[in-house]
Design a protein around this ligand. Structure first.
Ligand code: BGC
Length: 435
């Protein structure tokens, strides 16, 4: 097993190299030069906390999404939120623009119909994919990630597509006034009440980071934007330099929907953690070292062993991994030995600890880019199932911060900002109205 665990090691010296490489890519991306970090201007700065009014928000992060009505008090009190969950079918996420945006418009219609006055509110749209924005209310999809592939969306303005679909569904009273990425929404939601928040991060199905940058460091067209700072969506999942890749990462990438893209995301986020575990288990079984050399069905096909199963396996703290054996039985694997169960648990920890360390390295790169000697406090608003639910993930990030930043790590705090991106979309919609 130690050879397998060694494959997922990521020592401190390697993490320091990652930080240097990440900051070089940030710099190149901000200049508009070739970089694996897109560094996309978000056309919005942190809120003042005084934004107020009533807004709708569409928070499209994955196939499960939310529509919200948000009342922003603007006086330091917590916003009031009413929300409903919806979900998209596989067909809706992979067919075409009309199918996808039609489904979204119909859910907005049904949500607004149940709430007095909602059908005439401005709407903030969180769209959790790489978008090249030209202003706060216009931006084109650059590429699909996370397995989505609806045709006719790449290169198109997603606000326009949503407005057209709303008109088709006769929801004309709802105007889309702002567009943002989920990282930006998460940062805005936390910063509304916490001025020290200058980084937003998602560690869920996908992963990404945004942060507050000085506008004069962004060498890209910013149109009529006049504020001194702006949030930048890094699309950090695309980072591809100095990462501790091994043969499983290479295999996963080669078999994915988007080979060659999103390397960091494929090592860190929930869409891929289970798959990495599966590939490692399949190799060991092929070598006759697990499951008596016969690969159980659950590990035989792509993406059947998901991140939530990795989570469940890690939760077992019994010395003989008895709970893992129970989980395996539930998954149809009846004859696993306790050695098999213990090996699976070790692989799950090795994969996810490496993920937490990579996440920490790129976050440390971002925070020391903003404030090299950490003179101020920084809150990192984080959302996503991997950060929230994986046992030990947040603690592993904190430990990695201490390794990398030493005592100055005390200046950096991660704060779970659950479902922040919907609330943040409303804060952005309010800010868009007060430009
Ligand atoms: C997308 C980002 C998004 C992240 C988290 C990535 O796959 O490219 O735009 O912020 O997932 O949802």
């Amino acid at each position: 097993m130690s050879e397998m665990e060694a494959l997922f090691e990521y020592p401190a010296a390697a993490r320091r190299r990652t930080i240097t490489a990440f900051q070089a890519e940030m710099d190149a991306g901000l200049r508009g030069e070739t970089s694996s970090l897109k560094m996309l201007p978000a056309f919005v700065d942190n809120p003042t906390g005084k934004e107020k009014g009533e807004f709708l928000a569409l928070d499209l992060g994955g196939s499960n999404y939310r529509i919200l009505r948000v009342s922003l008090p603007g006086d330091g009190r917590l916003p009031d939120v009413t929300s409903r969950k919806f979900s998209l079918s596989m067909e809706e996420t992979t067919r075409d623009a009309g199918t996808l945006f039609g489904a979204l418009a119909r859910s907005i219609k049904s949500f607004a119909a149940g709430l007095e006055g909602a059908a005439s509110r401005p709407l903030g749209f969180t769209f959790s994919f790489p978008i090249r924005q030209h202003s706060i209310d216009r931006g084109e999809l650059i590429l699909w990630t996370k397995g989505w592939s609806a045709a006719g969306v790449v290169g198109r303005d997603v606000v326009g597509l949503l407005n057209e679909a709303l008109a088709r569904e006769s929801v004309g009273g709802v105007r889309v006034v702002s567009l943002d990425n989920d990282t930006t929404g998460t940062q805005m939601a936390r910063a509304y009440l916490d001025p020290a928040c200058d980084i937003g991060c998602i560690l869920g199905t996908g992963t990404n980071i945004c942060y507050r940058e000085r506008a004069d460091r962004i060498r890209k067209p910013l149109g009529s934007y006049a504020k001194a700072a702006m949030i930048v969506n890094m699309e950090s999942g695309g980072f591809d330099k100095d990462l501790p890749r091994n043969r499983f990462d290479e295999k996963l990438d080669a078999e994915s929907e988007n080979p060659g893209a999103q390397w960091e995301e494929k090592m860190v986020s929930g869409k891929y953690l289970g798959e990495l575990v599966r590939l490692a288990v399949a190799e060991r079984t092929g070598q006759g070292l697990m499951f008596g050399g016969r690969l159980p069905d659950i590990f035989a096909a792509r993406e059947r062993f998901g991140s939530e199963r990795v989570c469940a396996v890690k939760e077992d703290e019994t010395p003989e991994a008895e709970k893992v054996r129970t989980i395996l039985i539930e998954l149809g694997v009846r004859d696993a030995s306790s050695d098999d169960a213990a090996a699976l648990r070790k692989i799950a920890w090795a994969v996810s600890r490496r993920a937490a360390r990579i996440a920490a390295a790129v976050l440390a790169a971002a925070v020391t880019w903003i404030d090299p000697v950490l003179e101020r406090d920084h809150t990192i608003a984080v959302d996503g199932s991997v950060f929230e639910k994986h046992p030990g993930f947040a603690a592993d990030i904190d430990a990695a911060f201490r390794d990398i930043l030493g005592p100055r790590a005390a200046r950096v705090r991660t704060a779970l900002t659950h479902d922040g991106s919907g609330l943040g979309a409303a804060v952005i919609a309010a800010a868009a109205g007060n430009k």
